[in-house]
Design a protein around this ligand. Structure first.
Ligand code: 5GP
Length: 203
């Protein structure tokens, strides 16, 4: 099952972007996608319900548990993980195809997923987006007005745990502090460009 992807012979690069909810990682991810020519965003499959803010096929492919099970069985996921009791997975075939075309493929996935991808593809580049402080993260979670306070506290506890795990696990190549969105996006783009030019001059 540990099939190699065609990343050694071309300029394809897998970019992982993780971070706790409320940190602004989706905006950063989309900013990197817009800022780097030839980059593509990997649309994950998920069993979580679609909200009014989601667009099918753009944000996620919304599928049911039976289909998710079937995809696991078929080895259709590069990685998958359980997040907040729902499952999320990265479609393997699509990612492979884009990498073989030399694209920068962006995965917005959690720490568990990032660990799986890094163990299969150590040459991928992983970034973790941090809030300026824990207080600021709590403030941002509340400001979204998406959930009741109890849910916000749960997300906050989970975020703190995820940040600690990201620092501990050794999977991330870079940590970006989202103190200012434009600055954070520019830093992420600069890191990717640096990595790409460094990688292409390797022997
Ligand atoms: P949300 O439901 O708020 O869009 O996403 C919840 C969490 O799931 C986020 O941390 C997001 O990064 C993560 N996530 C989204 N897609 C995937 C995926 O394909 N694999 C993994 N492992 N995590 C994902």
């Amino acid at each position: 099952m540990n099939r190699r992807l065609a990343t050694d012979t071309d300029d394809g690069l897998l970019l992982i972007i993780s971070g706790p909810s409320g940190v602004g990682k989706t905006t950063i991810t989309r900013g990197v996608e817009r800022g780097i020519a030839g980059s593509v965003f990997s649309v994950s499959a998920t069993t979580r319900p679609k909200t009014s803010a989601d667009v099918e096929g753009v944000d996620y492919h919304f599928i049911d548990d039976a289909e998710f099970d079937r995809m696991i069985e078929e080895g259709a996921f590069l990685e998958w993980a359980d997040v907040f009791g729902k499952r999320y997975g990265t479609p393997r075939a699509w990612v492979e195809e884009q990498l073989s075309r030399g694209r920068l493929v962006i995965l917005e996935i959690d720490v568990e997923g990032a660990k799986q991808v890094k163990s299969k593809l150590p040459e991928s580049f992983a970034m973790f987006v941090l809030p300026p402080s824990e207080e600021e993260l709590l403030h941002r979670l509340r400001a979204r007005k998406r959930e009741p306070e109890e849910q916000i506290q749960k997300r906050f506890a989970e975020a703190t745990r995820e940040i600690a795990e990201a620092r501990r696990c050794g999977v991330y190549d870079a940590f970006i502090i989202n103190d200012d969105l434009d600055r954070a996006i520019n830093e992420a783009i600069a890191l990717v460009n640096e990595r790409r030019s460094g990688a292409s001059s390797d022997p």
